[in-house]
Design a protein around this ligand. Structure first.
Ligand code: ADP
Ligand code: MG
Length: 175
């Protein structure tokens, strides 16, 4: 049984995932890092050379491998819920936690996150980013809802969110 953190970019999957892995003493896995390692190139280069469909295929293949493992905290790719197969695979092989945040908070975080500067064109200003986050949230909200076992507010401190996930696992007898 793995824990899968799902949510849009900026919702804190990586940050909360690391905190939760520390709390549970489980290994932490960032799915995007595995996809990039498999392809031997950055996510941006995969999109450039194979397009989004190529990236989604690699992402699903990585998820299938992760689903065979157990006791991992997985920060999933933000779009992993787009595929119904991915959603049911996560549900069957783990506990799926949705980090829910309003588009304004996501845009603010991504705009101020130095690590996202590399993958984001520098000319994309705050208003463009907010519109993008609004459309991503509108498209994916029902999919996150379908995929999740638990939803938590992504606006709380990372340690509090991690503690709430651990408590939910214990409550359900999953730890
Ligand atoms: P994701 O992996 O979902 O894209 P990250 O974990 O990379 O999100 O977080 C994006 C940015 O938001 C980072 O700068 C991170 O420090 C910040 N952040 C993440 N979670 C929280 C939180 N719960 N409270 C405050 N800031 C956060
Ligand atoms: Mg991340």
């Amino acid at each position: 049984m793995n824990v899968y953190l799902v949510g849009p970019r900026g919702s804190g999957k990586t940050t909360v995932g690391r905190a939760l892995a520390g709390l549970l003493c489980w290994p932490f896995i960032d799915q995007d890092d595995l996809v990039a390692a498999d392809a031997g190139m950055s996510i941006a280069d995969i999109f450039a050379s194979s397009g989004e469909p190529g990236f989604r295929r690699l992402e699903s293949a990585v998820l299938a491998r992760l689903a065979d493992l157990s006791g991992r905290v997985v920060a999933t790719g933000g779009g992993v819920v787009l595929s119904p197969q991915n959603r049911s695979l996560m549900k069957r092989s783990g506990f799926v936690v949705h980090l829910d945040a309003p588009p304004t908070l996501l845009a603010e975080r991504v705009a101020h996150d130095p690590s996202s500067a590399r993958s984001r064109p520098p000319l994309s200003g705050a208003p463009g980013l907010l519109a993008e986050m609004q459309s991503v949230c509108a498209e994916r909200s029902p999919l996150y809802e379908d995929a999740r076992h638990l939803v938590l507010s992504a606006g709380s401190p990372p340690g509090d969110i991690a503690a709430a996930v651990a408590a939910a696992l214990r409550e359900r007898g999953l730890l």
